[in-house]
Design a binder for this molecule. Structure first.
Ligand SMILES: NC(=O)c1ccc[n+]([C@@H]2O[C@H](COP(=O)([O-])OP(=O)(O)OC[C@H]3O[C@@H](n4cnc5c(N)ncnc54)[C@H](OP(=O)(O)O)[C@@H]3O)[C@@H](O)[C@H]2O)c1
Length: 259
């Protein structure tokens, strides 16, 4: 053990992060937590207006914010987004992929449109964000990618065929990228949150009778997660303290997958 430091660095001072899906929910919380840990943060979403709030909150924490508009279903827009961030800050140290959605449908009713929208956003879009930022990270011989997967990538749940498939893909491509980019000191990990109340999930809790109880009885800790608890795991995986961790999907699930 080093004589000088027993605790590795959890801080992100001087780092540049890019967070997709930063206008809302978990991405918003991750952007703020990264800023609190010391990073300057580029925030991406489909609308500049919806990014104004997160930019203000980052700047209120004394860090630089940079909003970028991109639809992650479009690879050309992804590449432009990453180039813009690199032009603005001169580097990209951290990528957090939080852009995502779900369209719950029983398997027999899944439409081709819904399948494509979910897979194009959650799996294809996420992969090409990794590829675009990964090019810079491989060239600079350092980087941290943290993908927002889901408990639903590790277990099944009714009405979520496409969503579970897309999140299973996140865990799998996280492993492959971790292996390919390890020689370049680029780590690639995922977090797998349980249900957290955000604009994505609030409608289920509000509209589906018994849904909250159904979810809570699967979580040993007996409550939903919070956006800050997901963001804490993301900051850890983005930090030097996690330098030896790559290719994992870290459940932030209150014990759901311990069963
Ligand atoms: N909430 C949960 O319980 C939970 C649990 C496990 C995993 N997750 C995952 O966490 C991630 C974030 O979910 P959330 O709960 O924070 O949902 P949310 O509040 O609805 O936020 C979703 C974000 O994704 C962005 N987005 C959606 N489609 C996009 C596209 N085509 N291009 C670019 N950005 C797009 C939205 O930005 P704009 O609309 O502004 O473009 C928004 O910022 C998702 O990957 C989700 O699957 C959530």
């Amino acid at each position: 053990m080093s004589e000088e430091r027993a605790l590795l660095d959890f801080r992100l001072d001087g780092k540049v992060a890019l967070v997709t899906g930063a206008s809302s929910g978990l991405g918003y919380a991750c952007a703020l937590a990264l800023a609190e840990a010391g990073a300057d943060v580029a925030v991406a979403g489909r609308s500049l207006d919806r990014l104004a709030g997160v930019c203000q909150a980052i700047e209120a924490r004394g860090r630089q914010a940079y909003p970028v508009v991109a639809d992650v279903r479009d690879v050309a827009q992804i590449r432009r987004m990453v180039d813009q961030v690199s032009d603005r800050f001169g580097r990209i140290d951290i990528l957090v992929n939080s852009a995502g959605l779900n369209i719950p449908q029983p398997a027999l009713e899944v439409t081709e449109d819904a399948w494509d929208t979910i897979m194009d956003t959650n799996a294809k879009g996420l992969f090409f964000c990794c590829q675009a930022a990964g090019r810079y990270m491989v060239a600079q011989r350092s980087g941290r990618i943290v993908n927002i997967g889901s408990t639903m990538g590790l277990v099944g749940m009714a009405d979520r065929a496409a969503y579970c498939a897309s999140k299973g893909a996140v865990s799998q491509l996280t492993k492959v990228l971790a292996i390919e980019w390890a020689p370049y000191n680029v780590t690639v990990n995922a977090v797998a949150p349980t249900f957290v109340e955000t604009p994505l999930t609030r409608p289920y809790f509000e509209r589906i009778p018994g849904f909250r109880e159904e979810v809570l009885c699967r979580i040993p800790l007996g409550r939903l997660g919070t956006p800050e608890e997901v963001a804490a795991a993301v900051v850890f995986l983005a930090s030097d303290a996690a330098a030896m961790i790559t290719g994992v999907t870290l459940p932030v699930d209150g014990g759901w997958t311990a069963w």
